[in-house]
Design a protein around this ligand. Structure first.
Ligand SMILES: NC(=O)C1=CN([C@@H]2O[C@H](COP(=O)(O)OP(=O)(O)OC[C@H]3O[C@@H](n4cnc5c(N)ncnc54)[C@H](O)[C@@H]3O)[C@@H](O)[C@H]2O)C=CC1
Ligand SMILES: O=C([O-])CC(=O)C(=O)O
Length: 351
């Protein structure tokens, strides 16, 4: 007879490991998981909104020691939600434990801006976090881990991560501008009174900051007569160059003014969209905006973390090539690239 008693066997039983799982669980790290965006995103991930409705996940959640109780509360709620795709939860304030073996890392941990601040005012507080987490990523994550930086200033934090996590390929490090992209689609849909799902191919060029350039000049709307250019349907160049651009650029600040907290639901949803499209691919004929390491496309200096239109296939993103850039767009893209150069100089100075 086996020396393992029935009671011992029951204690060892791990309900999240099912023998019938057709797919292995993917380990997804969320940093800042006790915060606003963290609280919104963990349920979305565990419901399959990020990796698909048949993909089991193990959630790794990291937050500071002082948020340990709150993080444990999130862990309890995840168990209480009885989410069938959720095959395990690690809740910790230890970076090594949090990054161990993760396949996808959503880096949200850091400080949010308050009303009246610019995102780049967060460099001093947040950039050092990304230097420290770069080593944890390099040492403990799965070698092909896909990384999405959400915490602001997102592009510069991603750059710091790339600089200090040399073992992780630059193409695996990205930052979130999908929220701005989705905001751009939302503004066009509101203007034309059409379902947002019928609008596609807006572009966010540049920094996730007020110098970003939301560009609807290549966007289209699905109509009964086929796909039609947004430019033609809006028929208001002034709106497209002014109100549309500034509304999207300033939307984060407008939400902070209204909520006294930064966008959480829409940021969490956009982060799911970003990873889903990266991993599962963009639909044919559709591009999305992602902050990625420039290869020199469109004259943007190589190595700059810049938002471009991309398509994704088999887990790889590629910058959409050959789009016509007029003088107006060129000047906006250059302004955002030079702001990123300034942010980089400030970050280097701090580190
Ligand atoms: N890229 C984008 O589109 C967006 C970016 N953001 C940014 O996302 C970040 C998080 O925003 P919220 O969730 O609203 O803030 P929050 O303050 O509610 O949550 C942040 C969490 O990060 C934790 N944290 C701080 N330092 C950490 C560290 N070293 N390791 C792990 N966790 C750490 C905090 O304890 C807190 O629980 C902010 O920087 C915000 O500006 C927010 C909205 C959109
Ligand atoms: O504006 C902020 O500070 C938060 C953020 O990045 C956004 O909502 O886009």
């Amino acid at each position: 007879m086996s020396s393992v008693s029935l009671l011992q066997r029951l204690v060892r039983w791990r309900p999240w490991v099912s023998r019938d799982d057709p797919k292995q669980a993917v380990k997804v790290l969320v940093t800042g998981a006790a915060g606003q965006i963290g609280y919104a995103i963990v349920a979305m991930i565990a419901r399959g909104q990020m990796l698909g409705p048949d993909q089991p996940v193990v959630l790794h959640m990291l937050d500071l020691p002082r948020a340990a109780d709150a993080l444990n509360g999130v862990r309890m709620e995840l168990i209480d939600a009885a989410l069938p795709l959720l095959r395990g939860v690690v809740a910790t304030s230890d970076e090594a434990e949090a990054f161990k073996g993760v396949n996808v890392a959503i880096l949200i941990g850091g400080w949010p801006r308050k009303e009246g601040m610019k995102r780049k005012d967060l460099i001093v507080k947040n950039v050092p976090i990304y230097k420290s987490q770069a080593s944890a990523l390099q040492q403990h994550a799965a070698p092909n881990c896909k990384v999405l930086v959400v915490a602001n200033p997102a592009n510069t934090n991603a750059l710091v991560l790339k600089e200090f996590a040399g073992g992780i390929p630059a193409k695996n490090i990205t930052c979130l501008t999908r929220l701005d992209h989705n905001r751009a689609l939302g503004q066009v849909a509101e203007k034309l009174n059409v379902p947002v799902g019928d609008v596609k191919n807006a572009i966010i060029w540049g920094n996730h900051s007020s110098t970003q350039f939301p560009d609807a000049s290549h966007a289209t709307v699905r109509t009964e007569l086929g796909e039609r250019p947004v430019k033609e349907l809006v028929a208001d160049e002034k709106w497209l160059r002014e109100e549309f651009v500034s509304t999207v650029q300033q939307r984060g600040a407008a939400v902070i003014k209204a909520r006294k907290l930064s966008s959480s639901l829409s940021a969490a949803s956009a982060a799911c969209d970003h990873i889903r499209d990266w991993v599962l691919g963009t639909p044919k004929g559709t591009w999305v905006s992602m902050g990625v390491c420039s290869d020199g496309s469109y004259g943007i200096p190589e190595g700059t973390f810049f938002s471009f239109p991309v398509t994704c296939d088999k887990g790889e993103w590629s910058i959409v090539q050959g789009l016509q850039i007029d003088d107006f767009a060129r000047s906006k893209m250059e302004a955002s690239a030079s702001e990123l150069k300034e942010e980089k100089a400030v970050a280097i100075n701090i580190l």
